[in-house]
Design a protein. Structure first.
Lengths: 89, 339, 339
C-alpha cells in the first residue's frame, strides 16, 4: 500500500482551553516511526502546566516521524509528529 | 417464641457442657494446655436473648459476623452444631479442619463467621452489605460486637462507611457491662452505646431489658429497614455475663454482688415465663429442654469421636490456589549438588 | 527475540495496569475498584486513570480516609464472591488498616480450613526517590512477603504489570500488588527509560512465582525488583564497558518466590548481589541469600547485598540519595567483588 504525503499533527489541537501557558513537554510517546495507528488511538501524552493531555491520532495511518523528543519542551502550535494517512481497505 | 426458647436453651446448655468439658484436666490448678479443648474459651451464658432476638429474622443468605464469644449467635444462625463442636475440640472434621478453633468459626452455608480481634468483624460485615447492595439482593449483614468494642477505630469507620454508602447493615452491641475486667464506665463515656449512631446519620436504639422478645422487636425493625434499602442501624442490647471472660478467669475484679445479680437476670427464665403466659404447658417446655439437651450432648459426643488432624495438615489451606513453595516448607531442605 | 516487522504500541506502566483492570471489569460485573481519590482524580499515581468515565462511581468507588473500614469491606465483599480491588494510596498507610490485611484478608482462608476464599487484590503505591520522607516513601516488600497468606507481586515494566494484574484479579486468593510510583509514567514524577514497553492489546496472564531474566550475563547475578531492575540494568551497561557481564534477574513475584531461576543464575555466574529498596535487615535481601545458602552455599563465591539501611527514609535529597541504592552503588559493589 503506498502512503500518501505525511500529515503533521499540530500541538494546538490538544491544548486545553483555559490554560495560558504557551509551552509544554512531551511526557510519553507510545508509538515510533512505523507503528500502525487507527484514528483515535493513543499516541502519547503531553503535559501543559500541571495538566496531562492525551495525544490521539487524528487519522488512520502509519507514524512516520516523532518531531519532538520525549521529555523535550515545545511551543504551542509546533507540530508533534507526522502520520502518513492510509485509506483502509 | 418457642423457636427462640429452643435456641436459647440449647445455647445455655451448650455453654454449660463446654465448660465442663473444658475444665477437665484443668483442676485443681488451671493449666491452659491441659484438657480436651485447646486454647481459650469464651462462653456466652447470659447472652442468649441477643442471639435469637436478632438471628431469628435472618436467613442463610444473610451474613453475620460475631466476636470471640460467638456460640449463642452461631446456634441461632443455624451453624452446623456438630461440625462447630468438632472444630472447638480441635478435630479434623471440624468446620475449619481444626485450623480455626472456637474463635474462628466459619460456616458459609449458614452465613456466619467470627473472629478474635475486637471490633474487626464490623468492616467485613460492611463488605457483605456492600456486596448485597451491588447485586441488588435484599440480603442484610449483621455485625455483633461487645460494648468494649465501641471505642475501637474499626467500629467508627464501619458506621461511617455503612452510613455514607447506605448499606444494609445492622450493628448489634451486646452490652454485658464488662470488657474482661474493665467495667463499662471506666472506659467509655456513654452509658448508652447506641447514642454513637447520632454522629453518623443513623438511627440508634438500646434495649435495656435482657429480654428476647423486646430484642426481637427492635431487631426486626432494624433489619426490615436495611432490607428495604434504607440503610444501617445501631442497636445496643443489654445482656449479662454469667461466667468469666474466658474459662479460667477468676473474676476477682467483679464483686460478689455483681456476679449474683447476673445470675438473677436470666433471660431464659423470662422467656419461659412469657411462654407460660401464652399457654405453654410444663410438658411443652420440658420437651423443648430435653430435646435441646439431647442435641447438645449428641453434638459433643460426636465431636469427641472425631479424628484428630495430622501435624502435616498445618501446611495446607493457606491459599485457595496454592503456589509452589509453602507446602515445600514441610519437606526437609534439599542439600548439595545440582537439581 | 524475533524481529518485529511493525513497530508495536508501547504503554506506560500505569496505562498497562488500567488496561488490564478495564478488561477484567468489562468481563466480570463482580470486579470493582475502591480507594482514596480513585474516581475523578484517577488515582494519585494514575492507577485508575480513565476508568471512571467507562465504569462510573459505583464501580470506581472513592472511599473515606478509613483504611480499616474499606479494606475490611473489600475482605467482606470478597468473601461473598465479589472481586474487589482495594487500593492503599501509599503502602505506608497499611498501618492504619493492617489488622484487616494480615489477620483477616490473609488468614480467613486458612482459619476456615479452606472453606472461604478471599479473591481480592490489594494495590499500593510504593517507593521513594522524590523526597517524600519516612512515612510516604517506603516499599515494605519484606513486611508483606513475610506474613503468611497473601501472594505478593512487584511489576517493573508495563508488559509485566498488565500480565500480573490480569492474574491478580482472576486469582482466588488475596494478592498484594505493589506498584512503584516512579515507574508509573506520571507527568510530575518522570519514569526512567525501561518501564515503558510494548504491551499487547489482548489480555494475557503472567504466572506468579516466575522471575524474569531481564538481561543475560555470565560474571555476576543481580537479583532485584521494582525500580531497581532499571537501576541494575543501567549498572550492567556500565559494567559491560569495564568487561564485567552482569545478569539481571527481576523477581516480579515475592510470594511465591522463584528460587529456581535464582539458583540457575548463580550456578552460572557464581556471584550474587541482591538489590532491594526495602530495609536491609530481615527482608528480601536476607531471604534470597538464605535460599541460595540453604540450597547449596558452595554455589557462590562472592555475595553482597544493597538495600535501604535500617533507618527511616530521610527528607533532604543528599540523604535520601545516600540511603536508596542507585546504579553507581551497584557498580561499586560489583567492582569490589572478587569475580
Amino acid at each position: 500500500m503506498s502512503a500518501s504525503e505525511s500529515v503533521t499533527v499540530d500541538s494546538d489541537t490538544y491544548w486545553p482551553a483555559d490554560v495560558d501557558a504557551e509551552e509544554a513537554i512531551v511526557t510519553n510517546w507510545f508509538v515510533q516511526p512505523g507503528t500502525q495507528v487507527q484514528e483515535g488511538d493513543l499516541l502519547g501524552e503531553i503535559q501543559v502546566e500541571k495538566v496531562a493531555i492525551e495525544v490521539t491520532a487524528t487519522t488512520t495511518g502509519e507514524v512516520t516521524a516523532l518531531l519532538v523528543d520525549e521529555d523535550a519542551a515545545f511551543e504551542r502550535g509546533e507540530p508533534l509528529l507526522s502520520i502518513a494517512p492510509r485509506t483502509d481497505e | 417464641m418457642e423457636r427462640m426458647y429452643e435456641d436459647m436453651v440449647t445455647a445455655r446448655r451448650y455453654e454449660e457442657r463446654l465448660q465442663e468439658e473444658y475444665l477437665e484436666g484443668k483442676q485443681p490448678s488451671f493449666d491452659i494446655s491441659a484438657g480436651p479443648i485447646p486454647g481459650e474459651l469464651h462462653l456466652a451464658a447470659g447472652h442468649e436473648a441477643s442471639g435469637v432476638g436478632v438471628c431469628h429474622h435472618l436467613t442463610d443468605d444473610d451474613t453475620v459476623t460475631a466476636p470471640h464469644r460467638p456460640h449463642h449467635i452461631a446456634i441461632a444462625k443455624g451453624v452446623d452444631l456438630k461440625r462447630m463442636t468438632a472444630e472447638i475440640f480441635g478435630r479434623k472434621t471440624g468446620l475449619a479442619k481444626a485450623k480455626g478453633g472456637h474463635m474462628h468459626l466459619y460456616d458459609s452455608d449458614a452465613g456466619f463467621a467470627c473472629s478474635g480481634i475486637i471490633a474487626e468483624g464490623c468492616p467485613p460485615a460492611v463488605g457483605a452489605g456492600l456486596a448485597a447492595k451491588k447485586r441488588n439482593s435484599d440480603a442484610v449483614a449483621v455485625a455483633f460486637l461487645g460494648e468494649g468494642a465501641i471505642d475501637q477505630g474499626a467500629f467508627f469507620e464501619s458506621l461511617n462507611f455503612a452510613s455514607v454508602h447506605e448499606l444494609p447493615v445492622v450493628f448489634v452491641i451486646e452490652d454485658n457491662d464488662w470488657a474482661i475486667s474493665m467495667p463499662k464506665e471506666r472506659v467509655t463515656d456513654v452509658s448508652d452505646g447506641s447514642q454513637r449512631a447520632g454522629g453518623f446519620e443513623m438511627p440508634g436504639q438500646r434495649v435495656d431489658t435482657d429480654d428476647a422478645v423486646a430484642i426481637y422487636e427492635a431487631a426486626g425493625k432494624a433489619i426490615a429497614r436495611a432490607r428495604d434499602g434504607n440503610g444501617p442501624t445501631l442497636l445496643e442490647v443489654q445482656v449479662h455475663r454469667r461466667m468469666g471472660h474466658f474459662m479460667g478467669d477468676p473474676q476477682t475484679y467483679r464483686s460478689e454482688d455483681d456476679v449474683a445479680d447476673a445470675q438473677t437476670r436470666d433471660s431464659i427464665e423470662r422467656l419461659k415465663s412469657d411462654l407460660r403466659d401464652h399457654g405453654a404447658t410444663s410438658n411443652d417446655l420440658t420437651a423443648i429442654e430435653t430435646a435441646a439437651a439431647d442435641r447438645v450432648d449428641e453434638a459433643i459426643a460426636w465431636a469427641k469421636d472425631q479424628p484428630a488432624p495430622s501435624p502435616d495438615d498445618a501446611y495446607t489451606d493457606v491459599f485457595t490456589s496454592p503456589p509452589r513453595g509453602v507446602a515445600d516448607q514441610a519437606e526437609a531442605p534439599s542439600q548439595g549438588g545440582d537439581d | 527475540m524475533s524481529q518485529q516487522d511493525v513497530a508495536e504500541r508501547e504503554l506506560t506502566m500505569s496505562r498497562a495496569m488500567t488496561d488490564a483492570i478495564a478488561h477484567e471489569m468489562r468481563a466480570d460485573e463482580d470486579v470493582f475498584y475502591m480507594g482514596e481519590d480513585v474516581a475523578d482524580y484517577g488515582g494519585i499515581f494514575d492507577s485508575t486513570q480513565g476508568l471512571l468515565d467507562e465504569f462510573g462511581r459505583d464501580r470506581i468507588m472513592d472511599v473515606p480516609i478509613s483504611e480499616t473500614a474499606y479494606v475490611g469491606a473489600a475482605v467482606g465483599a470478597a468473601m461473598e464472591g465479589m472481586r474487589p480491588i482495594a487500593e492503599l494510596m501509599f503502602v505506608d498507610f497499611f498501618g492504619v488498616g493492617m489488622d484487616q490485611i494480615y489477620n483477616f484478608m490473609a488468614k480467613n482462608t486458612y482459619m476456615s480450613g479452606g472453606e472461604v476464599s478471599v479473591p481480592m487484590v490489594l494495590t499500593a503505591g510504593v517507593g521513594g526517590t522524590y523526597n517524600d520522607a519516612a512515612q510516604h516513601s517506603q516499599t515494605l516488600y519484606g513486611t508483606f512477603a513475610h506474613l503468611p497468606g497473601m501472594k505478593v507481586v512487584v511489576p517493573s515494566t508495563a508488559y509485566d504489570a498488565k500480565g500480573l494484574m490480569h492474574n491478580a484479579i482472576r486469582d482466588d486468593d488475596p494478592v498484594v500488588y505493589l506498584f512503584h510510583k516512579r515507574l508509573m509514567g506520571i507527568g510530575w514524577m518522570p519514569a526512567p527509560d525501561g518501564p515503558k514497553t510494548p504491551v499487547p492489546d489482548d489480555p494475557y496472564v503472567l504466572p506468579f512465582g516466575e522471575a524474569d531474566v531481564k538481561r543475560e550475563g555470565s560474571d555476576v547475578t543481580i537479583v532485584t525488583l521494582g525500580l531497581h531492575v532499571h537501576r541494575a540494568l543501567t549498572a550492567a551497561e556500565q559494567l559491560a564497558t569495564d568487561g564485567i557481564s552482569a545478569e539481571v534477574v527481576d523477581l516480579r513475584s515475592l510470594v511465591p518466590l522463584d528460587t529456581e531461576t535464582i539458583l540457575d543464575s548463580v550456578r552460572k555466574t557464581g556471584n550474587l548481589l541482591v538489590v532491594d529498596e526495602d530495609y536491609r535487615s530481615y527482608g528480601v535481601t536476607s531471604e534470597v541469600i538464605a535460599r541460595v545458602a540453604e540450597h547449596d552455599p558452595s554455589l557462590v563465591t562472592s555475595v553482597d547485598r544493597l538495600a535501604v539501611p535500617d533507618v527511616p527514609i530521610p527528607y533532604a535529597r543528599e540523604m535520601e540519595d545516600e540511603v536508596i541504592p542507585d546504579a553507581t552503588d551497584i557498580v561499586a559493589s560489583i567492582e569490589s567483588m572478587d569475580l
